[in-house]
Design a protein around this ligand. Structure first.
Ligand SMILES: Nc1ncnc2c1ncn2[C@@H]1O[C@H](COP(=O)(O)OP(=O)(O)O)[C@@H](O)[C@H]1O
Ligand SMILES: [Mg+2]
Length: 234
């Protein structure tokens, strides 16, 4: 379960204050798929960064599986991310000096997993990059870099995947493949999906669609499955 409790957030720029979230409350039960929509600058990326503990609220708290992120020290927060959360950033954040394979294997190697290279290879195959393993990020197209970032986020089997426009740079067929992969993980492993997307088809397949507008989250669609889950879990 992921919760936002009365979360407000702003950025300070000189004397100006940019209000991003205003007293937002949200509960995402385990295994749910949630699409976040909203116009550019509405705060979608900031919301994902909050859920990952990479940004901090000015007020309120972010709670993951009963743990208040503001009560964890930096090490505990890093452990939580390493073990349970996968993040696909809008700008990918790949390491330029490492091959695709090493980028994907790195989080597993940091976690001292002996099967790091094997798992990374499998994951790159699943995103259709079997023949690009030894390329460096600069030698890959935007869409290929995005798929490396997705493989890296999924390789440790996270409970929660946070993805910022994961199919934004992909052509239709490749985007479709990534969508299938994400929903397969959701169905088979119960991975909670929180996705920022502008793709209406992608959003429509999620259990819930939330709209972010002027600092507030609005529930735009709750699929019957999600409604039933909510009713059971309350
Ligand atoms: N590090 C930052 N410092 C100051 N302002 C920021 C920063 N990051 C984002 N913003 C501003 O906060 C608002 C929300 O940004 P963002 O979360 O990136 O929106 P979105 O992902 O929906 O496009 C925007 O107006 C943006 O300019
Ligand atoms: Mg963004």
């Amino acid at each position: 379960m992921i919760e936002l409790r009365d979360v407000s957030m702003h950025y300070a720029l000189g004397n100006a204050r940019i209000e991003v979230l205003r007293s937002v409350n949200l509960r995402i039960p385990r295994g749910q798929s949630v699409a976040i929509t909203g116009h550019s600058g509405s705060g979608k990326t900031s919301l994902l960064l909050l859920l990952a503990g990479l940004e901090h609220p000015a007020a309120g708290s972010v709670v993951i599986d009963g743990l208040r992120l503001d009560q964890l020290d930096a090490d505990a927060l890093a452990d939580l991310r390493r073990d349970h959360i996968g993040i696909v950033f809008q700008s990918f954040h790949l390491i330029g000096s490492l091959s695709a394979l090493d980028n994907v294997a790195l989080p597993l190697q940091i976690a001292s997993r002996r099967d790091a290279l094997k798992r990374a290879t499998l994951q790159l195959e699943r995103v259709g990059l079997a023949d690009r393993m030894h390329h460096y990020p600069a030698q890959l197209s935007g869409g290929e870099q995005q798929r490396v970032a997705i493989a890296r986020a999924l390789t440790h089997g996270p409970k929660v995947l946070l993805a910022d426009e994961p199919t934004g740079n992909l052509d239709d067929a490749t985007g479709q493949g990534i969508r299938e992969l994400l929903f397969e993980m959701n169905a088979q492993s119960g991975t909670t999906l929180v996705l920022v997307t502008h793709d209406p088809d992608f959003a429509a397949r999620c259990d819930r669609v939330l709209g972010l507008h002027e600092g507030r989250l609005q529930e735009l669609k709750v699929a019957p499955k999600a409604a039933i889950q909510d009713a059971i879990s309350v």
